[in-house]
Design a protein around this ligand. Sequence first.
Ligand code: BGC
Length: 249
Amino acid sequence: MAHVGCGIDIGGSGVKGALVDLDTGEFIGERVRIETPQPSTPDAVAEVCKQIVEALGVGPDVPVGIDFPAPIIHGVVPFIANLDQSWEGVNVETIMAEHLGRAVTVLNDADAAGLAEVAYGAAKGHPGTVIVTTLGTGIGSAIIVDGTLVPNTELGHLEIDGRDAESHASSGQRELQDLSFKKWAKRLQRYYSHVEMLFSPDLFVVGGGVSKKSEKFLPLLDVKTEIIPARLLNTAGIVGAAYEASRRA
Ligand code: BGC
């Protein structure tokens, strides 16, 4: 029988979940998606997670991992950029356990995506310091050194040229400001050279929905570090959350 986990990815527009084959990193069956409730308060979002677990028919012994678009320090959200502000100070593990009636593992969304890329995707088997960035509404980051995650790195909030990096260089800003890929790539260039200078990584993996179109912007970037698109694309958060839940179970 497959080694199975359940992953749920909480985003600004949708909450998505699936059962994951942890031997291959692939989904088992269909993904379930429910719109993120507005306002996206803790109780409303936890209720949606419950509906997803029910819809997937997750058995009692299957570990459930949930990823979240904010740092998670021992279960608690210290600050949040892209969901309802009432999450600040909330223990996500506790509120999810109350609604779902079971223990869950909660981690940052980019950390989940990073773990998935290292375990099953673009960075599989890559030694040294791997930095996975997710370009979406915000910019998420994961630093993984020889397979070990340094959690909650929040490199999207680096201050570069007096600005919060994600408020200038995220894919969401590209869309909002209707930037061409060429113009956006200039902002990414500034971002990745800065991160490269700070961390001297061995590999950059670029994820988030826009990495489907990586050929439009990655070739425009001039960094010394190898920089490659993510492989798991929009499944990475779910797969990484399921993977981490099973590791902590
Ligand atoms: C949050 C990070 C998150 C990233 C991507 C940022 O605004 O602070 O925790 O990983 O967005 O969702």
